[in-house]
Design a protein around this ligand. Sequence first.
Ligand SMILES: Cc1ncc(COP(=O)(O)O)c(C=O)c1O
Length: 413
Amino acid sequence: MTSSNATHSAAHEATYEFTAPFRAPQGSPIRELFKYVGRPGMISFAGGYPSKDLFDREGLGRALEAAYRDDPIACLQYGDTAGAPRLRQSLARLMAARGVRCEADDIMVTTGSQQGFDLLLRTLIAPGDTALIEEPAYPAAIQALRLAGANIVTVRTDRDGIDVQALAAQLDAWSEANKPKLLYTVPTFANPTGATLPRVRREALVRLAAAHRIVLVEDDPYGELRFSGESVPPMLALAEQCPGARDWIVYFGSLSKIVAPGLRIGWAVAPAAIARRMIVAKQTSDLCTAPLAQETARHYLDSGSLEPHLRSIVGAYRSRCEALLNALTHFAPHDVRFAAPEGGMFVWARLAGGRDAGEILKRAIEQNVMFVPGVAFYVREPDVCSLRLSFAAPSEAEAFEGARRLASALSQG
Ligand SMILES: Cc1ncc(COP(=O)(O)O)c(C=O)c1O
């Protein structure tokens, strides 16, 4: 930005009457780090990006060509706001494989699952309304709640995710008139902690949401990336055992982590009354998700390519995760404590001795290695010793070298 532009901007800041959440908005703390990612030789444990080496380029190329060849008009014309009917069918089959009873009509396609959450907030949250969120939490969910003007209340978690007993006590303290409208959680391979909520806690959470009439938001972009342990059904599937509970769950799925984020294909399974309103909100947001991407995704899913692709990326993420954890144990056994995840993309760690991960990051960047300090994942009172390491992008050799550099940054601190 030139200095005259900067002067202009300063004048405009004072001129416009922005809405309260946009008067002094904070951008994404993680996106701020991206300027270092492209630096030559940088090893980044920072992003939640899938590995660029693991995309199914040929399979997606074939799906793109087939989509255009078979029905160019479907790719080029505006489409239904709720999503392309044939993609909704394919996604309903994918949900059935996850144990969820679901018809095409129950699926709404969104431009990434991030859009789904934003649309949901537009239908449910007025400024000042209370929304619950697990803590630590996915930063863009916190950001969306802030921009919606929500009164954000955090819910305690431990190494297995939400502490449902603590939540039950928290909920009992609210009167019906000002109770929370929703609760946001990533129950499987959470971002940032990698934690997975056990089945009994899921069942209890589903019952709690239904009993208190709170919308339970199940954000599930990582659930298929399991590389160890027993799989646990989504809460939306478990809700079948609790009469009326499905009316209180909104599920978000995404192809971003299992196929490619560039497609921007996500979906929502929401109670009809909520879905109808989210579709109206989407009409003013983007009219419809890019039809070319939807048709490509549909051909990809219907070609049977997803299953072998998943086997291949899950195997790679298992090896990368093991490489990172082994290297951390080898190079920094007394400096870094971590929990080993059973899938997903993230390792949540804590620095010993009360050290501030933000300060260590500065030295780490000098050593050409990056991570995300835990501060980014808290609403108010961060645990400054915590940090998130993503094992998805670096190769095994890079994970080893990255952990060595991290240990070197720690030894200078
Ligand atoms: C928990 C969680 N939800 C949603 C998203 C966004 O997904 P999408 O690309 O489908 O918008 C991410 C991306 O990092 C995420 O970690």
